[in-house]
Each structure stands twice: as C-alpha cells, then as structure tokens.
Design a protein around this ligand. Structure first.
Ligand SMILES: NC(=O)C1=CN([C@@H]2O[C@H](COP(=O)(O)OP(=O)(O)OC[C@H]3O[C@@H](n4cnc5c(N)ncnc54)[C@H](O)[C@@H]3O)[C@@H](O)[C@H]2O)C=CC1
Ligand SMILES: CC(C)CC(=O)C(=O)O
Ligand SMILES: [Mg+2]
Length: 355
C-alpha cells in the first residue's frame, strides 16, 4: 500500500505544527508500514509573497491528486493591507471551494487529563463528546460582497448570505448520518427568528429529518446555543449549522477542551479531503517553538481514519496524545504548576515515543 499526502504548512505557526504532525505520521508509518509519502506546497501569505497569489494552481492540483491534505493555517497582520481578493485567507477558502469540501467536522472532546484545565467547572465538562458539523462552502463567506460603495454621502460595505435547499439538504443528511453512528441526537443551530436564510435552513433540516425517525432533532437559536455550550455542553451530540455560526461556535467550544490548540477538524466533500486544526496562524506565538501541535496531530489522525481507512493507526496516534497528557507534558497554552512544560518539538517527541 502507498499513500500520497499533500502538506500545506501556510503561515505563522503553520510550519511548526505541520512539521510535528508529519513527524508523528512518520512514527506511525514506521509501526504499521503504511507507505506514506509527502509533497509540500505553498498557500497563504507565504505563497502571495512568492507568486503574487495566495493559492497557486499547482497547490490545488496537488491536493486533487493526493490521498489527503494536511493543512496548517494561513494569515497574519503582515498581509492585512493587501487587496482583499488576494488575502492569505482566500487560500483556505479557495481550497475548500475548489475541492468541494462542503462539510467541516469539528469534534470536541475533553481529554481526561485536561478536565481541570477548562475554564468551565470540571463537573460540566467531564464527558463532553460532541461534533460540530459546519457547512463550509456556502453562506455569507461565499456570497457576493462589496468592499465599499458610496452611501448617503458616506460609505458602506456589504456581504450577502444565501443558502439553497440542496446545500442545506446535503449538510443535514451528513449530520443525521453522523448522529446515527453516535448518540442519535442532532441540534440544528440557526437564527430563524431574524434571518430568511435561517428559516429556509430550519424548514429544510426538518424535512430531511423525516427520513431519520430514529434521530432526535431539535433547533436552537445561535445566541442561545452559545450560552448552552458554556452552561451545559454535555447536552450536545451533533450540532449542525451554517458556515459563519459554525466558525464562531467551534472556537467557543474549543475552550471546553482547555485550549484551541487541541482541536482538530476534517473537511470532507466530493474530492480529496483536507485536515486542519480549527485555529489560525497564531502570529503572536509564531517562531517561538511553543505552539501546541496536538490539534494538527489529531487532524492527521482523522486523515488516517477517514481518508486512508487506517483505523488502528489513527487510534494509536490519539492514544499517544492522551498518554503524553496523562504523563504530565504540557505546551505553555495548557501549562500549570506541577506539570512538565514542553515546547512544540519536545511534546512531538513525547508523542512519537509513545507510538
Ligand atoms: N484555517 C485558517 O487558516 C485560519 C486562519 N486564521 C487566520 O489566522 C490569523 C490569526 O488569527 P487569530 O484571530 O489570532 O486566531 P488564532 O486561532 O490564530 O489565535 C487565537 C489565539 O489562540 C492562540 N493559539 C492558536 N493556536 C494555538 C496553538 N496551536 N497553540 C497555542 N496557542 C494557540 C494564539 O496564540 C492566539 O492567542 C488571522 O490572519 C486569521 O485570519 C484564523 C482562523 C483559521
Ligand atoms: C480564516 C477563515 C477563512 C476561516 C476560519 O476562521 C475557520 O475556518 O475557522
Ligand atoms: Mg475560525
């Protein structure tokens, strides 16, 4: 067997965390003989500086021709003033759209060793096991937009949100199928008391639910959902929501697990799937060797599971991460008195040793 993995480090901490994840993949490859090979490609601000575009065509082509994509993160203040159409973030948006990655799965679990790290009370977070199923190539991120136009003697800008029935049906079906393999509960999150797109979203999800009588469906407004995540996160199994709400709720939910640096994701659709941590390029800590690579490493585990169907290898990586935490190693985002502070490279070595 042999698999080709496209690695896109991107900007900021992207290189550090993807280096870690590749090291871990190499360790697990050594154990299971998976035959992984890697090709590296540019995207984001780094690509803009080199080629004048955040997403070179050859990067997109390389993704299409591989078995899975491991992505770090893009963006940074350095590119805040470039043409909006060429911003680094356009790289990840373009990859999602170009690869047809309509669903972003963002699991939120709390490692036993991290229950005490959550800003929420331990009794609230113990046992949290939910997944946010975020629609990824529609909604306001991809609607028509205007950066600036004259308006009543001043100026305005706008972004259009639109969702079609097929787009909502597709993501709703995936959420129901996901719930079938879990605890059978779907919470659909919208703002149907205000937004037309949310009313269409809710009607469509309810109609898809007819084919899944065994699944318990409820709907929540996004403002209430964001509060419920903080006061009783264990109530959730599968949360299905649109692009913008899913982006925001997943950063909020990351707090439950102690650090955004812990959170992985899988973006799946009609072509090669892409795996990335949910956080950004963290320019404030880039180059310091202190980024938490676990979210990226757990994303690589999702790649092994979903794209390569190497379940045992995926579970081995997840177990090694848990064991490293249980043995007391912590990157600075999670460090507390009494634990062993480790930088990105050291914690990666600890995980590899446990594999
Ligand atoms: N998929 C992507 O490529 C994404 C890119 N971004 C971009 O990243 C840049 C920075 O965005 P921010 O809003 O600052 O969000 P961010 O997620 O990069 O950082 C937020 C905070 O979390 C910390 N953090 C993030 N990842 C961490 C890790 N692995 N270990 C330890 N601490 C970590 C950062 O140091 C920072 O204090 C922006 O240009 C933004 O557009 C943001 C989100 C996703
Ligand atoms: C950088 C954005 C395009 C996306 C984002 O924040 C995310 O996917 O979490
Ligand atoms: Mg985000």
């Amino acid at each position: 067997m042999s698999y080709q993995i496209t690695v896109i480090p991107g900007d900021g901490i992207g290189r550090e965390i993807t280096d870690s994840a590749v090291e871990v993949l190499k360790a697990v490859d050594g154990k299971f003989g998976l035959g992984l090979s890697y090709s590296y490609h540019d995207a984001g601000g780094t690509a803009y500086d080199k080629f004048g575009t955040p997403l070179p065509q050859e990067t997109l082509d390389a993704c299409r021709n591989s078995d899975g994509v491991l992505f770090g993160a893009v963006g940074g203040d350095k590119w805040d003033h470039v043409d909006p159409a060429l911003r680094p973030e356009k790289a990840i948006l373009g990859l999602r759209k170009g690869l047809g990655l309509y669903a972003n799965l963002r699991p939120v679990k709390v490692a036993d060793a991290l229950v005490e790290y959550s800003p929420l009370k331990p009794e609230l977070v113990r046992g949290v096991d939910l997944v946010i199923v975020r629609e990824l190539i529609g909604g306001i991120y991809f609607g028509e937009k205007c950066e600036s136009e004259p308006y009543n003697g001043t100026e305005r800008a706008w972004d259009l949100e639109n969702y079609s029935v097929p787009e909502v049906e597709r993501i709703a079906k995936l959420a129901f199928e996901t719930a079938k393999l879990r605890r059978g509960k779907v919470t659909s999150v919208d703002k149907a008391n205000v937004l037309a797109t949310s009313r269409l979203w809710r009607r469509t999800v309810e109609s898809v639910a007819q084919a899944y009588p065994e699944i318990e469906l409820s709907s929540l407004y996004v403002d209430n959902c964001s509060m419920q995540l903080a006061i009783r996160p264990t109530q959730f199994d599968v949360i299905v929501t649109g692009n913008l709400f899913g982006d925001i709720l997943s950063d909020e939910a990351a707090v439950i697990g102690g650090s955004i640096g812990m959170m992985p994701s899988a973006s799946i659709g009609t072509s090669t799937s892409l795996y990335e941590p949910i956080h950004g390029s963290a320019p404030d800590i880039a180059g310091k060797g202190i980024a938490n690579p676990m979210g990226t490493i757990l994303s690589a585990a999702m790649l092994l599971r979903y794209s390569l169907h190497e379940e045992e290898a995926a579970a081995t990586v997840e177990k090694a991460v848990d064991q490293t935490l249980a043995d007391g190693y912590r990157t600075p985002d999670l460090w507390k008195e009494g634990f062993r502070k480790a930088g990105t490279e050291e914690i990666t070595r600890m995980i590899c040793d446990r594999i």
